[in-house]
Design a protein around this ligand. Sequence first.
Ligand code: SAH
Ligand code: SF4
Ligand code: F3S
Length: 434
Amino acid sequence: MKYCIVTYGCQMNLHESEKIAGVLRGEGYTEAGEIGEADIIVFNTCCIRENAENHAFGNIGALKKLKREKKGLLIAVGGCMAQERGKAELLRKKFPFVDIVFGTHNLNELASLIERKRKERKAVVSLKEERGETEDGIVPVRTSYPNAWVNITYGCNNFCSYCIVPYVRGRERSRGAEQILEEVRGLVKEGYGEITLLGQNVNSYRDGDVAFPELLERVARIEGNFRVRFMTSHPKDFSAELVRVMKENPKICRHLHLPVQSGNNRILALMNRRYTREKYLEEIALLKREIPDCEVTTDLIVAFPTETEEEFCDTLSLVKEADLSSAFTFIYSPREGTKAAQMEGRIPEDIAKDRIMRLVEAVNANTREKSAKYAGKTVEILCEDYDGKKGLYLGRDQYGRMGYFASGTDMIGKFVKLVIKEANGISLYGEIAE
Ligand code: SAH
Ligand code: SF4
Ligand code: F3S
């Protein structure tokens, strides 16, 4: 019996899919080479923006034929979209051939849901409101060696006005520090070269007296040859203590993903982000003063309701002023049930598209400019994959840039020093240093 998991969305979801794979392995399934071979297909969905949902809807719909042809094939839909208000019913109505719908709070029930479905004719739907750490017992089938994702928090309490995550992932919960450290020690022993601590807002982690900087420091002090990343950080919870920990612990990558969303204070207030442009710039200044080579990346949203051209230009100018190395850029997408979805002043699509194009151009220009400085330098990358098309190995340096190089032997999982010959956007091309 074979499984196939189709994943949408963020790292959190990618890691969750590794846990779904863990549950399925426990039930005797092995991974299918391709979707047509699978006896169970699981969609792990995302609903952060409308196009993420449309994607999933399209691909689930496309399975109708396969389902008709293959007797006994099970189709399960889980993740954030399944958990969204009213979406489970819509899924059932649109795709009556879906067998199992499960939310974000009942991963550990998946095995029993499959069992139930095998006995019942009708679809099995299980959506819980909230969970404890119910997935902690699941051993994930990791797919991203040499990187390993480790949850430190689940859910989110911030309720940024545009965002659906708090509604579909529930309230913020921190995992026990000892449990996290134990997991990381095990992963390092197994040979993982990169540990990424995951949470919607890692900076608000707390287990008793242990806040995020202390947890990070304790992780970074575990013995072994590995490096540490973490995401995502929220500017409102950024602290000097975090900077100190990053500075004093060389295992922590000199890279901070610090989503700012907008460069304009009126829009930031409407977004309920609870910081200002000035505070964000102060944080970056502190970080660069203490760790001059630290790279900062961000997330940006354009065309939030009522955003004027002038206000958009504040976001545009922030890219340079905050010296951002790269950014994920998004057009605002109204999400039902969120505060912003009820706001007046929607921005017409043509204006939104124009703004995002100008923003992408500004971000790319900055990325290129910063990358060009790499030519001739030596960087250390952790080799993570082989690109068959290019015929090159690839991996990221601690700053988050992708380095490509040729090698006659398998380099995956190794730390490699590269002399950079050419920089192209965020990608660097180099040769192994002697
Ligand atoms: N917890 C993280 C990331 C959450 S989702 C954080 O707070 O930064 C990743 C990104 O998607 C967000 O940073 C935001 O830029 C974007 N995003 C979230 N909701 C959105 C929406 N309704 N429309 C467009 N972009 C959105
Ligand atoms: Fe969404 Fe804001 Fe929470 Fe990030 S911090 S997940 S953007 S509500
Ligand atoms: Fe992630 Fe999408 Fe859910 S971004 S938390 S998978 S809504």
